[in-house]
Design a binder for this molecule. Sequence first.
Ligand code: FCB
Length: 459
Amino acid sequence: MIHATPASLEETFSPPADSVLWRKDFLLGAATAAYQIEGAVDEDGRLPSIWDTFCATPGKVLAGDTGAIACDHYHRWEADLDLLSSLKMEGYRLSIAWPRVMDQAGKPNAKGIAFYRNLLQRLKQKGIRTFVTLYHWDLPQHLEDHGGWVNRDTAYRFAEYADLMSRELSGLVDAWATLNEPWCSAAHGYGSGHHAPGKSDPVYATQAMHHLLLGHGLAVQALRANDPQAQVGIVANVGRGTTNGKGVNDQRAAQLFEVQHNNWVLDPLLKKEYPLALFELWPGTEPLVLKGDMEIIGVPLDFLGINYYFRTNVVSDGKHGYREVDLLDVERTQMGWEVYPDGLRDLLVGFHRTYPNLPPIYITENGTASDDKVVDGQVDDRARISFLNRHLAAVDAAVKQGVDVRGYFIWSLMDNFEWAFGYERRFGIVHVDYATQQRTPKRSAQLVTQFLERRKALP
Ligand code: FCB
């Protein structure tokens, strides 16, 4: 059942006067990722990525969709950046496709690099702050052929890629993020197999995570050396786990859910250790960690990117773990994800208490999917407007409890290729008609733009 929300939350975007959103130094922007929007998968020397391979495997992606064309952003980037600035966005989070910028031998691909240089130069001219993610899941397939992230060598290849990009693009990037959501790469890519490369073994998952994080730490060194003006960080997806069970074991189950989703990534980064409880859940999966690895992984960060979407209800599985049980009667998005803004506030406040060295936070993704349609040139996406209002209020509540949150990026600038769900799920504040590639800003985009104009006009 969808609970009715007050009309003001669905129809207007006007945060309370004391909200952090009114602060001009609180960055508001929108996010995308290379494979989800670019298309042009075999142009200008781009190599295949694990997502090209995964999409070509029958049954892996809904309706057999692929990123081959996507939003055709590779050819339409200039118009898309004009759109971004017409929406008055102050920040843009994008990612670089690793397979576009290096060949198999690790040599630079000038055409691929030129694409990103032009893009970043234009963003700079427009005065839009850039958050650039190096790895948003599109591993070059030739590296996967040698074991991908389960192979330690991939961490070193990633550091070389970071080194090349930060030499080539130095001065054009405001903030570098090494990885997007290593949890998804490890758990979905190598654990459940729901994402590329579609491997399924918990031992692979924990080892892949270790190499992803090692690659992150090594990349940070290169980014800092080559582009000392830029901020350097990482983006983690986090999930809220709660229980409607009554037993002590159910409480423990909810904690374990969060250990598995959040601490698995944040503890190595911020405490230089893996949470022991992770290996209670998955006995015998401890990764091979070499001397010095945890020091590299735990390098101090300038910022932590947080991606938040939903909460999960769990109960004890009767053994040492947890089992997910869907709550009935809750509001859900087109993805089936529960709309639960308090989860974002609670997680932020919780991290602030748990990690004394928590870096400043940017919400690098938050948003919702809905079955949006263009009617008479308009897209009425009131569920999204309500979602954004409530999640931004949750961020504000966390700030008021002392958490240092400096900005928020809406996922996503435009409808795009939503991984295993293909094009059916629409996350954009701009509607994309995939047959014509026409972009139509939805009502949510119009309202956010009006807000940004009002904020800018303030003294
Ligand atoms: C996140 C991904 C992003 C997008 C959203 C909906 O896990 O980082 O690319 O697909 O989910």
